[in-house]
Design a protein. Structure first.
Length: 652
């Protein structure tokens, strides 16, 4: 029988496997090429599939998105957040509008802020940030699904809600628990509880966030609900004997311990008496975990009383030592002394403990915080050899109050010594920016009213000091430009610094290794700042600021008010100010050959002329015209209506 011949067994892969292997090899080899091509195609552009809120910005340049965001920022600053309730419509603006152009309170009062640069970084980083594998994953994902980046907007919920509570106070009646109080006849009574109506501020803030995330100009309808008290009069009746025992301790005496002495060495008697009526306000009915009602000291009411009635008379401002150059020598012109302030938290706790104690002790101690000057005088350690730098600015055309504030601010820093390696804070050096420290107010627009505000003119001091520090080569640790361009500081554009207490601040560091002395001088309408010390061989070059992205201010903004007679008009300035961006570079060559480079950038939003106009009708009977631009909701919603969905309003 003939044997069957077998074919040899093949060890090679099939054609399908070979084909797949070739394709795989090409794909693997092609990924770097594909990535390279992708990078080149979208160089300087946002990756496809990326959205800014609800707007597609894929394929757009960074410059396009920056312009988009800056216009959105300006619209938000101009139009604010609109809240509606029962036909009443209010606009919460992000900042105070000064009637004098450099009152720096807008930075302090800002309710919300758009971070344009951070938003652009997040948009541009999609498909570029992370590892190579993460980049390719992000790119492939955005090719099939949206990648939504929300505008980077920070806002102060507490202040927004506070503004709402103030504006809609007429509609809102918070619930009141039953409480103890003194009657007109001087006897202790129980005030009954009452229900109220409150707004759902949590919901309002959630809607606000959603509209910000979508890139809308927010319009929010407030929702209300009934609120019930938690403590009734019937629950307080058993506590009446305890409450009467507490108020019977009146008058309670508050005194400073140990007693202070005046300049002549005599002991000063500083004491205050608390009446039974005030004590009744301080005992707070509280619900315990098991539902039992007890009395506790209401430290919040006690703190408020201390801050208003006692703290101002107790406060003594700290005095830093001041020096001046006389015939080439540093002489002291003001000796230092410590300051003091009332510790309201600790004192209120002591008072609360005292009124519930069983002892007959009717004296509650007031605890003081003693502060020491930041610099102690020691003979022979302050060596001032020469003038390091001098800079001066003009404030021609300033009103009287502004000139007084400039002079006061300059006087407060004149003669201050800055120790080696010390960080100098201008806000700290100036102290309280109010009438107690010699400053005068100017008018600002807040909402639709004019109110006095302190601070106008101090930015002349901070700007002049900033320029001196910039040319001295000292490290600038904190500097903020104004939101708007201020004509007092131009030219050049972009070389200003705004301050206010407690922020923003202007800070720099003394890294010369020797003491630095600040000297100020005012001649007519010119402020000069000099820094004296010991030169360490550094040289400084400061470029002229580059100005770009100039935007026209547009039409005058009108705000209706009841502060003026119908038809009467009061404006911020005769001329509006254009928006712009600027930057300048500073190069510091140290004695050891080290080169430091830094760039100071400034962004100024458009500031149209703003005018208050006397209102013809009462705001409670007719809502003002909708201030929002096109592509935003315009109807006045009421609680019974469904509010319009957030409409994307990033500029086209």
């Amino acid at each position: 029988m003939k044997a069957t011949k077998r074919s040899p067994t093949h060890s090679f892969p099939s054609r399908t496997v070979i084909a797949l292997g070739i394709v795989g090899t090409l794909l693997i080899a092609g990924v770097p090429f594909f990535a390279w091509s992708y990078d080149n195609w979208y160089e300087g552009k946002i990756m496809p599939g990326v959205y800014l809120g609800s707007r597609d910005v894929g394929g757009k340049s960074k410059e396009y998105v920056q312009n988009l965001m800056e216009r959105y920022d300006e619209q938000l600053r101009s139009n604010g957040i609109v809240f509606v309730y029962h036909g009443k419509r209010i606009t919460v603006l992000p900042e105070i509008i000064p009637l004098g152009s450099d009152i720096p309170t807008q930075a302090v009062e800002a309710l919300f802020d758009v971070d344009v640069e951070k938003t652009i970084r997040e948009l541009y980083g999609v498909g570029r940030d992370g590892s190579f594998a993460q980049q390719q994953l992000d790119r492939s994902t955005t090719a099939f699904a949206k990648k939504i980046i929300t505008p980077s907007i920070t806002y102060n919920e507490y202040r927004v809600v506070a503004a709402l509570k103030k504006e809609f106070a007429f509609f809102q009646t918070p619930p009141h628990n039953a409480r103890f109080a003194f009657s007109k006849q001087g006897s202790l009574t129980i005030v009954p509880e009452s229900s109220g109506i409150v707004f759902d501020y949590v919901d309002a803030m959630q809607v606000l966030k959603a509209q910000f995330d979508a890139g809308s100009l927010p319009t929010i309808t407030l929702k209300d609900s009934s609120a019930k008290p938690t403590i009734s009069a019937s629950q307080l009746t058993p506590l009446m004997p305890q409450a009467q025992e507490i108020v019977a301790k009146a008058p309670l005496t508050l005194t400073i311990e140990p007693p202070q002495t005046d300049s002549s060495g005599e002991t000063k008697k500083e004491e205050w008496t608390i009446s039974g009526s005030t004590l009744a306000d301080w005992i707070l009915p509280t619900t315990t975990g098991d539902g039992v009602i007890v009395l506790n000291g209401d430290t919040e009411h006690i703190v408020a009383y201390l801050e208003k009635k006692i703290a101002p008379s107790v406060f003594i401002e700290i005095q830093h030592p001041k020096f001046e150059m006389t015939d080439g020598r540093v002489t002291i012109i003001e000796k230092p002394h410590s300051g003091r302030a009332l510790d309201t938290d600790l004192t209120s706790a002591k008072i609360a403990k005292n009124i519930f104690s069983k002892t007959k002790n009717r004296i509650a101690l007031i605890t003081l915080e003693i502060e020491s000057p930041y610099l102690h005088i020691a003979d022979g350690e302050h060596v001032i050899k020469e003038l390091i730098v001098r800079n001066q600015t003009s404030f021609v055309g300033s009103p009287k109050n502004r000139k007084i504030n400039i002079a006061r601010g300059a006087a407060l820093i004149n003669g201050l010594l800055i120790a080696p390696n010390e960080t100098f804070s201008l806000v700290s050096a100036l102290g309280a920016i109010d009438g107690t420290n010699g400053f005068l107010p100017e008018l600002v627009i807040k909402g639709n009213k004019t109110i006095p505000e302190f601070g106008g003119g101090l930015c002349q001091v901070s700007t002049t000091l900033f320029r001196a520090v910039a040319y001295s080569g000292l490290p600038v640790l904190e500097r903020h430009n104004h939101s708007y361009r201020v004509p007092y500081y131009e030219p050049p554009i972009g070389f200003d610094a705004t301050i206010y207490s407690p922020a923003p601040d202007f800070k720099f560091k003394n890294d010369t290794g020797k003491y630095i002395l600040i000297q100020t001088e005012i001649k007519k309408n010119t402020l000069a700042v000099e820094l004296w010390g010991t030169k360490d061989g550094r040289t400084v070059e400061v470029d002229k600021p580059t100005v770009y992205n100039i935007k026209k201010a547009g039409e005058t903004k009108l705000i209706e008010t009841t502060d003026l007679k119908p038809g009467e008009k009061k404006c911020t300035e005769k001329h509006a100010h254009d928006g712009a961006d600027t930057f300048f570079e500073r190069r510091i060559n140290l004695a050891d050959g080290t080169l430091r480079k830094e760039t100071f950038k400034s962004h100024y939003v458009v500031w149209p002329a703003v005018c208050l106009v006397g209102k013809e009708v009462d705001s409670s009977t007719q809502a003002p015209a909708n201030p929002l631009p096109q592509n935003t909701p315009t109807q006045d919603a009421t609680p019974s209506e469904t509010p319009p969905p957030p409409t994307p309003s990033l500029p086209q």
